[in-house]
Design a protein around this ligand. Structure first.
Ligand code: NDP
Length: 453
């Protein structure tokens, strides 16, 4: 049987583009279908625009702190949301163009439109049928907003990036990455912001000391954190404001309700019913460790398989799929251990490896090292922000199991530590590493006395 393509990728996000480009580089005939925007969530409504908004929000404290270093602003610093959004949109358009060039220059056929599976080897797009030896589903995810009464008045992250004006008052619902990051953005840019989380403490799954420390730092900055709180219904008022009735009976009035309550796999009108592809119990596409679905010719990766919803993980998965299919001699399984990650709240969280709680659950005899200090840059200012650094060590083997930080540039700092953890570094190796002085990061190699064991 001859096919139009060796690989047909559905979705030009991080994982799909990586698989397509590498497959084409290995000599395969590749097509990519995209119905929305090149670069997927990360480039358009995720990591990239979010980081730009975080930079924007950070200026508020930069202006304030600059005075302690002798700077004065002539007049008051003011902020214009439409300028930030317009500049952000221009940058995203530039990146869309780069993605287009990358694909076309690597010999991939780009098909813009909605692709629908017809069977294990064929796809329909724009009224035309395409056949392929392998099909890769890389359609990503989509914000999930619970269907409470009045949910249509709420926005999710897709809309937040395109608001015409910065709301004066925002309720952010959720306690994961997106909720914490956007609460920091809105608050930093001057909106009166409350974060409502249904549980005891946000960022479930992160190290307990990190969660507590971030709670304290965000509260110090004046961000209103309301735990054990959830919305029952939202009603639009005649003046356009929104009235949120909470499950405990309280009523909050706001301009904007922003839900960040997780993401669902994007499977809409994909035609899965025409194939043997099965979903797992959470509704994500079921795959084995080689990204093979239950249909022999169909693979899936990235957010749509719901493993670890992070861009660098999708990139690694895309590379693995391209190699497995077209360069098997270079194929290696994706290693999901010690994935570093950052939450770009203000201040940032950076983390890699096991939390203290996870290490104990896994049966390690744990030694914990912790350092809390005021960052040097702030010593001339009134700002009382404190940084937390924490190491979780296996007392038996001396291996460092986890590194955690809350503070400026935590994401940047933890990337290097991830290399050390991947290499199996022991606490002794950390101790023998010379620090870079004066930095915050040197604290990670100068913690000598365990705070608990
Ligand atoms: P998360 O899964 O991280 O968090 C979802 C949050 O919403 C949790 O606090 C959860 O509570 C809460 N929640 C879920 N359902 C409901 C509900 N029905 N009512 C009230 N609260 C609810 O999702 P996000 O949307 O924040 O982010 C999605 C993914 O995107 C992340 O997991 C991450 O992988 C990725 N991401 C990564 C970023 C980065 O690398 N910096 C940035 C942004 C996103 P509970 O804990 O109680 O379940």
């Amino acid at each position: 049987m001859t096919y139009d393509f060796d690989l047909f990728v559905i979705g030009a996000g991080s994982g799909g583009v990586r698989a397509a480009r590498f497959a084409a580089g290995y000599g395969a005939r590749v097509a990519v279908a995209e119905s929305r925007y090149l670069g997927g969530t990360c480039v358009n409504v995720g990591c990239v625009p979010k980081k730009l908004l975080v930079y924007g929000a950070h200026f508020a404290e930069d202006f304030e702190q600059a005075q302690a270093f002798g700077w004065s602003l002539s007049g008051e610093a003011t902020f214009d949301w439409p300028t930030l959004i317009a500049n952000k949109n221009r940058e995203i358009e530039r990146l869309n163009g780069i993605y287009r060039k990358l694909l076309v220059n690597s010999g991939v056929t780009l098909l813009e439109g909605h692709a629908r599976l017809l069977d294990g080897h064929s796809v329909e797009l724009g009224g035309q049928r395409y056949t392929a030896k392998h099909i890769l589903i890389a359609t990503g995810g989509w914000p999930h907003i619970p269907k409470i009464p009045g949910h249509e008045h709420a926005i999710g992250s897709n809309e937040a990036f395109f608001l015409e004006q910065l709301p004066k008052c925002v309720l952010v619902i959720g306690g994961g990455y997106i909720a914490v990051e956007f609460a920091s953005i809105f608050h930093g840019l001057g909106a009166q912001t409350s974060l409502l989380y249904r549980g005891e403490l946000f960022l479930r799954g992160f190290d307990g000391a990190v969660r507590k420390h971030l709670q304290e730092e965000l509260s110090k900055r004046g961000l209103d954190l309301q735990f054990n709180s959830d919305i029952e219904r939202i009603d639009k008022q005649p003046d356009g404001s929104l009235q949120a009735t909470l499950k405990d009976g309280r009523v909050l009035v706001t301009d904007c309700v922003f839900y960040a309550t997780g993401r669902r796999p994007m499977l809409d009108n994909l035609g899965l019913e025409n194939t043997e592809v099965e979903l797992d119990e959470r509704g994500y596409i079921k795959v084995d460790e080689q990204f093979q679905t239950t249909a022999p010719s169909i693979l899936a990766l990235g957010d749509v398989i719901g493993r670890v919803q992070l861009t660098p993980v999708a990139l690694a998965e895309g590379m693995a799929v391209a190699r497995r299919l077209f360069k098997p001699e270079e194929y290696r399984l994706v290693d999901y251990r010690t994935i570093p990650t950052a939450v770009f709240s203000l201040p940032n969280i950076g983390t890699v490896g096991l939390s203290e709680e996870q290490a104990k659950e896994e049966g390690y005899r744990v030694e914990v090292y912790e350092s809390r200090f005021r960052p040097m840059k702030l010593t001339l200012t009134e700002c009382q922000e404190r940084t937390l650094m924490k190491l979780v060590v296996d007392a038996d083997s001396d291996r460092v199991l986890g590194c955690h930080m809350v503070g400026p540039e935590a994401g940047e700092i933890v990337q290097g530590l991830a290399v050390a953890l991947k290499a199996g570094a022991t606490k002794q190796i950390f101790d023998e590493t010379i620090g870079v002085h004066p930095t915050a990061a040197e604290e990670f190699v100068t913690m000598r006395t365990p705070v608990s064991s």
